[in-house]
Design a binder for this molecule. Structure first.
Ligand SMILES: [Zn+2]
Length: 116
């Protein structure tokens, strides 16, 4: 749809971008209110300054307890932290599993007299 406007003096028809009429009348420049200045501010940008390995480390070092707490706490607001904390918690279980396995293996071998 082409926008048009009329000269209030001589009623001549012009395109919307015409600035001056033949009769000398100057059209008032219409400010275009295109929504260029409207920021898309409804997108919440989370700036996380805490390195993710800290959550992994804390999840691990606290015997996975804090790992699961952080996992639940950050699941909504900080998905990356949540994942990192869970990684720490799971890493602890793997670590614990290895320690138990080695200990059991040692005890078994010791009981059989293979370790002097
Ligand atoms: Zn005119």
């Amino acid at each position: 749809m082409q926008k048009i406007k009329y000269c209030p003096k001589c009623q001549k028809q012009y395109g919307i971008n015409q600035e001056k009429c033949e009769c000398g009348y100057e059209f008032v420049k219409l400010e275009s209110h295109e929504d260029e200045t409207v920021q898309s501010s409804n997108t919440k940008v989370i700036v996380d300054n805490v390195p993710l390995w800290i959550w992994t480390f804390l999840g691990f070092i606290t015997e996975s307890v804090c790992g699961w707490i952080f996992y639940a706490k950050f699941r909504e607001s900080y998905p990356e932290r949540s994942k990192a904390a869970r990684k720490g918690a799971i890493s602890f279980y793997i670590f614990l599993g290895v320690v138990i396995l080695v200990t059991v293996l040692y005890l078994v071998l010791d009981a059989k007299g293979k370790i002097v």
